[in-house]
Design a protein around this ligand. Structure first.
Ligand code: SF4
Length: 376
């Protein structure tokens, strides 16, 4: 049965078939409190001629709220076991590839490598909750990471409020959970089996994480799965809903695009770089103070151009396979192909050449409640 979209999320009042005009776009660009209507106008065909104005506006807003800094983080894949059938993912349970998890000494090694690379913020990733990589395993990994890193986030499976609270106690400060697409029909078709098929449970997970005291929650959609304008307006609605009810926590937004992966799923709604750039500009204009992330999925030239132009946080030197930072050849394939394979020093040099400063630490573990990490 197709899941029902809750009324608070429904974007149809702003995507009602009415064609936005250049006047709507101009209004959106000068509006004091832009919202879903303005976002829809900025993403409409009428906004094509306004790309340069939007880029300048996005740059000015990013500079006002984030200065010339770009926060840096690194993903760390802990395990690639998964029971879900996400049609677009190289880790889906029907993809034939070696499965493994990092044992705790290996997690420590990978963390040490990331530390040597200069990172102070790490994002731990797994597939769906399994007996190989379930909550207890994740809790241990978070504790290990929190001893070394000032900011620890997880991008894993949806949890209960109680579980999120236990993770927060262990030192986790951020939860990233993408809805992938907000279109219930597409969601149902793309998530062929497994617990992730539960659209509403996933939709509610960020609220549970915030309720449990997480400092930040990361939202996003996987661009290419569904109508990107529809998903963008829903993303804004979701963020607004969470901000209203959980104002003590922060939101971050990411813009992952489908990348080649095992299974060769092709994007049904391909999003090119020009469209992605416009999306980032438009979101920056309607959410001027929210950190916007761009990962190494994108190619170097595009990332270089977007740094500071809406984007305020980036990963670098990323590996998307389990054990990818170790010296030995990783035993698994990556979740997706990395587009920007440059080293951390190369990405930092690029940022500095553009007058931007990479920032590795903008949060101190001492704020976790007196329990400072070993590198304080
Ligand atoms: S997207 Fe996540 S949940 Fe879906 S198959 Fe891949 S690893 Fe599993």
């Amino acid at each position: 049965m197709t899941p029902q979209m809750p009324a608070w999320l429904d974007p149809s009042p702003w995507l009602d078939g009415r064609v936005a005009t250049p006047a709507d776009v101009e209004r959106a660009l000068t509006c004091d409190e832009p919202g879903p209507r303005e976002l829809a106008a900025l993403l409409s065909p009428a906004a094509h001629p306004f790309m340069e104005v939007m880029a300048q506006s996005a740059r000015a807003l990013t500079r006002r709220h984030f200065g010339r800094t770009i926060s840096m983080y690194a993903p760390l894949y802990l395990a690639n076991y998964c029971t879900n059938g996400c049609a677009y993912c190289g880790f889906a349970s029907d993809r034939v590839q070696p499965r493994c998890r990092l044992e705790l000494p290996e997690v420590e090694e990978e963390l040490a490598t990331l530390k040597e690379m200069g990172f102070e913020e790490v994002l731990l990733l797994t597939g769906e909750r399994t007996s190989h990589a379930g909550f207890d395993y994740l809790l241990e990994c978070v504790s290990l990471a929190a001893q070394r890193f000032h900011a620890v986030g997880v991008e894993v499976f949806p949890m209960t409020t109680r579980e999120y609270a236990l993770l927060a106690e262990a030192g986790c400060s951020g939860v990233t959970i993408y809805q992938e697409t907000y279109d219930p029909r597409r969601y149902d078709r793309l998530h062929r089996w497994g617990p992730k098929k539960d659209y509403l449970d996933r939709l509610d997970a960020p609220a549970r994480a915030m309720e449990a005291g997480m400092r930040t929650v990361g939202l996003g959609v996987l661009l290419g799965l569904s109508d990107p304008a529809f998903d963008a307006v829903c993303l804004l609605r979701h963020a607004a809903h969470l901000r209203r009810d959980h104002w003590k926590s922060g939101i971050t937004l990411s813009f992952p695009r489908l990348r080649p992966q095992a299974g060769n799923f092709a994007a049904t709604f391909p999003v090119d770089e020009a469209w992605l750039a416009r999306l980032v500009f438009a979101v920056r204009i309607v959410l001027p103070d929210v950190p916007l992330l761009l990962s190494t999925r994108e190619r170097p030239e595009f990332r270089d151009g977007m740094a500071g132009l809406g984007i305020s946080k980036m990963s670098a030197g990323s590996r998307t396979s389990v054990g990818g930072y170790g010296v030995a050849e990783p035993a698994t394939e990556g979740q997706f192909e990395v587009g920007d394979k440059r080293s951390v020093p190369d990405v930092c040099a690029m940022l500095r050449s553009r007058g931007l400063e990479p920032v590795f630490k903008n949060w101190d573990s001492v704020f976790r409640g007196g329990e400072a990490c070993g590198h304080g």
